[in-house]
Design a protein around this ligand. Structure first.
Ligand code: GUN
Length: 289
């Protein structure tokens, strides 16, 4: 069993991005600029956004954090999105999810200009992905593909089973994994799938993205499988300073010994998602008119 070290790979990719930014700035261009809108004070979202802003600094990007209280109206948030759409100094921006219940998330996602949608959540960008066109791929699927590539894990002709069909992870990942040059055979499983255990057992690459801690157990995997754990459920812990720890969708203790490769939680897929966001922002900056 080999651990897939997302923290290390993410550090490597950040160094590569930092180098590109240096060259860009040396050539007289302004550094890429990412803006993030954060609504309310959800603990998880606060942490994620803080990481995103810190990572921008590490690679030499400019970043702007825009905060609103969770009683902001949908219209006020739409206005803030429109302002960023029209701000020529901002290359790309994100609206951190989840949003308060009184705001229609999909409406906000669709208000973001597709050319600034560095999350890759806009239907136009999802559609381009499906059509095999150049686009902003959302952070988690893109991070997973980077990990597979950098660890030289074979994908061509292999069976990739994805548990979870969200628009953010499972669905776009299924498209990426079946694209030319990755060439996996893909099965997407979800809450209504029959015989999920038997299907999972046929996976060469098993991706768990359902948000149920410890869902994938040792009897669900075949020996030699590569396991990618996307789960990051925050559970209470008296061993950490924050009082929380992250728990993956895989029963790591019992599954790991059967695998060829496995991502830990934390330190696997998580750190990669920020890299993908940075890559997309750099790409948006390069696309500047
Ligand atoms: N919430 C959880 N993951 C993400 C993400 O990748 N982007 C945004 N905007 N919100 C999230």
């Amino acid at each position: 069993m080999q651990l897939i070290d997302g923290k290390k790979i993410s550090g490597d990719i950040k160094s590569e991005i930092a180098q590109e930014v240096k060259e860009m700035v040396a050539a007289g261009k302004t550094a890429p600029h990412l803006a993030a809108i954060l609504v309310g004070h959800d603990g998880g979202s606060e942490t994620y956004v803080a990481h995103k802003i810190k990572s921008c600094e590490e690679v030499g990007f400019k970043s702007t954090l825009i905060r609103f209280e969770d009683n902001i109206s949908e219209q006020e948030l739409l206005n803030a999105v429109e302002k960023l759409n029209n701000d020529t100094t901002v290359d790309g921006f994100i609206v951190q999810l989840p949003l308060p219940k009184h705001i229609d998330e999909q409406k906000i996602i669709e208000a973001v200009a597709p050319q600034k949608d560095v999350d890759g959540f806009h239907p136009i960008n999802l559609g381009k992905l499906v059509a095999g066109l150049d686009t902003f791929v959302s952070a988690t699927p893109s991070g997973i593909v980077d990990l597979l590539k950098r660890y030289n894990i074979p994908t061509v002709g292999k069976h990739c089973v994805i548990i979870g069909r969200s628009n953010i992870v499972g669905r776009p990942l299924s498209i990426l994994m079946s694209q030319k040059r990755i060439d996996a055979t893909v099965t997407v499983c979800h809450s209504r799938t029959e015989n999920l255990k038997e299907i999972a057992q046929t996976a060469d690459i098993l991706v768990a993205a359902i948000g149920k801690p410890g869902f994938v157990t040792a009897d669900m995997v075949k020996p030699g499988v590569t396991v990618i754990d996307v789960g990051t459920t925050r559970v209470k812990s008296d061993k950490t300073k924050s009082g929380f720890k992250l728990k993956g969708d895989v029963d790591f203790e019992n599954v790991a010994e059967k695998t060829s490769f496995i991502t830990p939680v934390p330190g696997g897929v998580g750190p990669m998602t920020i890299c993908s966001l940075l890559k997309n922002t750099l790409k948006a900056a390069k696309n500047r008119k």
